[in-house]
Design a protein around this ligand. Sequence first.
Ligand code: COA
Length: 338
Amino acid sequence: MKANVSGNGTRVGIAGVGVYVPERVLTNAELERMVDTSDEWITDRTGIKERRIAAEDEAASDMALPAARQALESAGVDAGELDMVIVATSTPDMLFPATATVVAEQLGANRAAAYDLLAACSGFIYGLSQAYGSVSSGVSRKVLVIGSEALSKIVNWEDRGTCILFGDGAGAVVVEAVDGGGFLGFELGADGSGGGDLCIAAGGSRNPTTEQTVADELHLIQMRGPEVFRFATRVMVSSAAGLLEECGAAVDDVDLYVPHQANKRIIDHAARNLGLPPEKIFLNIHRYGNTSAASIPIALAEAVAEGALTAGKRVLMTAVGGGFTWGSVYMTWSEGRA
Ligand code: COA
């Protein structure tokens, strides 16, 4: 789906951002001692130098909470005012109840509907589109969208093709009516034919957990890296270009490109093909690796903190992930609440 929403009556935007990353840093040097790899290979092939790892007792909701509290504070919104809490995650605390219900309860968001959204690395972008739809239609006034991932808990630490890529963390935003700027358009899609290229094969209703599925390590991430790489490079470009065209915007109109931080080579390829110069790209992959649904909200919060994202700037975000799923958002950063 693709939509230019700039002509819709209500301006809806992001009124506050928040971030949390776990304390523990796992460097490439440490990974060299765990699997047959090297800092040079990881840096060359992915751009990643280190990533954060959740503590043993730290789950997705534990990371979502501080990020959410920071987003609410920066938006000046009380948890009790929230109408909806969406947690985009592939690593929920448990299959159900939804992690969002845990977060809503701990925040004191006692009026809010709360649910998890599973669209892998594209989950946060999907969540923004749902929040936009809910606020612009009048169903909700204030929606908290969180991306939170504890990927270290589902990574196979003996598989050098995947364990070097992923990291943990959370980012959150408050979506509501704003008096300037706001969302301009969305492009979202899915192609289930690539589902097997990046998946956790067991633990669901297709292959319930058994001793055998655990012995076969089917409860951990499996990935065909080159296939995912090919798909991602193509869709990061087509999704963003299609959205800009739908919005009647040129690449030069974009002030800041905040891509999903999956692999620096994928980001560089997308930026080059879109015609975005390096100074417009927000990058933090070297510090966090791929944090899936948390990657873009973490980047947004850091971009705001660094002064790279200020009112009036046009932001383009694109994510691609397991499913395959993908999504882009184009928006003008907001000045404040309506
Ligand atoms: N260290 C050293 N060598 C490694 C390695 C590692 N961590 N991981 C793989 N290799 C080796 C492979 O075994 C292979 O060796 P061989 O040629 O002797 O068989 C060689 O490097 C090339 O492997 P390949 O998988 O083709 O590498 P690649 O250039 O495609 O890079 C990825 C691997 C994972 C970095 C890359 O495919 C990728 O980023 N894919 C997309 C992943 C992604 O973004 N997933 C999330 C999507 S949201």
